[in-house]
Design a protein around this ligand. Structure first.
Ligand code: ADP
Ligand code: ASP
Ligand code: MG
Length: 439
């Protein structure tokens, strides 16, 4: 059994849905996970924004435009009148439901209900299309098994039990489909796994059902060795191990949601990144195999703040690092990079919501300075310390760019460098030139 997740662009129009259907096997009890059609989640957020601003007319305009798009897709997607009418009615009822919020008090809770409509609409459309095309498919509602706990972490036991029970209840099906992204929270309210979270749904399902493989189908032929939105002539990486992939996803490779590797890694389920528009391309396979002596890829994470604390009290003292880290912990702020010297520590964070409080606390134990708008450049591959010269190649590539921090040796598979936001592009380009030009 495989989990096959299709992202927004892959199901972005009736024509794309038809192309995706050609990739889906009619048998094998695979599970299809769908995102919302591309643009829909953004439109639903825009509608919510109008409603937060108490502008029902603005919301209604956006609702009507979005509804018309769906009507057009239905017209193009289905062959038979029966399926057209049946689907149109359900889609209309979803839009009427969205419209009903223009008359109610609007809070973050209602926003999550509205945003969830994107995946409900896409799965409704596509599962009906597959039914019409003769697939023996059952739609499993994500809200009946996908759940997060009070810490917004997936409730793995709940997911496993409820999903297995649902599948068992529909043993007769040859294919299953469900919504990515959406879930219930610990209070039983509609919630979600954050933007791009359908990848996470796919890996949670893969882990819960012990799938043979998790396939993430998207609009590019796998993980590229650099960010294709920033650098020209990037190329796909054939193999990554779980840690390399997690690192790249966390440090900005948008093709994968950062959290989605862990469930697959724990259950040792290979993850394949594949291209809907080029299904024969081999893409990227992520597994626990490591390829020796290779630098694989580069990614960049923006909007990073660097904090340096210097203190004479650190000299020959123990317990200073603990004091510093406890301050970040008390404000639930994660640290990404750390560099230490005998008299100071530099750290980076990507969440500034408690920056002021953290700095106030740090100032009680040392002298503090802050650099805003920085970028972490993360180079991933076999960077074990006995691989002579690899870190030198990375540093050499950036020799003309001011580097604020370097972190190496924390793991065997990455080296991270902190540069100014304005130097992001030239850092990425320089790294591609130095590391991958002759690959
Ligand atoms: P989906 O809608 O299928 O989830 P996403 O837009 O989330 O697709 O992810 C695919 C996009 O990720 C690609 O179109 C590409 O622009 C971007 N991307 C960023 N970094 C990388 C990378 N290193 N390799 C491949 N794609 C990347
Ligand atoms: N539809 C959601 C988003 O746009 C989830 C996803 O596509 O993965 O973020
Ligand atoms: Mg995505």
């Amino acid at each position: 059994m495989k989990v096959m997740k299709f992202g927004g662009t892959s199901v972005g129009s009736a024509q794309r849905m038809k192309n995706v259907a050609d990739i889906i096997p009619k048998e094998g009890k695979n599970i299809i996970v769908l995102s919302a059609m591309s643009g829909t989640t953004n439109s639903l957020l825009e509608i919510s924004d109008y409603l937060h601003k108490r502008n029902p007319d603005g919301a209604n305009d956006t609702i009507n435009t979005l509804e018309l798009k769906y009507f057009r897709e239905i017209e193009e997607l289905f062959e038979t009148r029966e399926y057209k009418i049946q689907t149109l009615e359900v889609i209309k009822s979803h839009f009427d439901y969205i419209r009903s919020f223009t008359k109610k008090v609007f809070t973050l809770f209602e926003e999550k209900v509205i945003v969830a409509q994107g995946e409900l609409l896409s799965t409704l459309l596509f599962s009906n299309y597959l039914k019409e095309a003769g697939y023996n498919i059952v739609l499993l509602p994500a809200l009946e098994f996908m759940r997060i706990n009070k810490n917004a972490e997936p409730d793995q036991n709940y997911i496993r039990e409820h999903l297995n029970a649902l599948v068992e209840e529909h043993k007769e099906a040859d294919l299953y489909m469900t919504q990515g992204f959406i879930c219930l929270n610990a209070y039983g309210e509609i919630d979600n796994l954050q933007r791009g979270g359908s990848d996470y749904t796919a890996s949670l399902i893969g882990a819960a059902l012990k799938a043979d493989e998790i396939q993430i189908w998207t609009d590019i032929d796998g993980m590229h060795n650099n960010d294709p939105r920033v650098v020209d002539n990037t190329s796909p990486v054939s193999f990554l191990n779980f840690d390399e992939a997690a690192e790249l996803a966390y440090f900005g490779a948008k093709i994968l949601h950062p959290t989605c590797i862990l469930p697959a890694k724990l259950e040792k389920i290979p993850v394949r990144l594949l291209n809907t528009m080029q299904p024969e391309a081999k893409g990227t396979t992520i597994s626990n195999k490591t390829e020796k002596h290779k630098i694989k890829a580069v990614a960049a994470k923006e909007n990073i703040t660097a904090i340096r604390i210097k203190s004479g009290r650190m000299l020959l003292a123990y317990g200073f690092l603990r004091k510093v880290f406890e301050i970040f912990e008390s404000y639930r702020t994660a640290i990404d990079m750390v560099c230490t010297s005998e008299v100071g520590i530099s750290m980076t964070i990507d969440n500034n919501s408690h920056l002021k409080e953290i700095i106030d606390e740090l100032k009680k134990i040392g002298t503090v300075s802050v650099d805003h708008d920085m970028v972490i450049i993360c180079v991933v591959g076999d960077l074990a310390w006995d691989n002579i010269g690899f870190e030198a190649r990375v540093v050499e590539a950036l020799k003309d760019i001011p580097v604020r921090m370097i972190s190496y040796g924390g793991s065997n598979h990455n080296i991270s460098l902190l540069v100014k936001g304005a130097d992001k592009k030239r850092s990425l380009v320089a790294l591609s030139e130095h590391l991958f030009k002759n690959n």
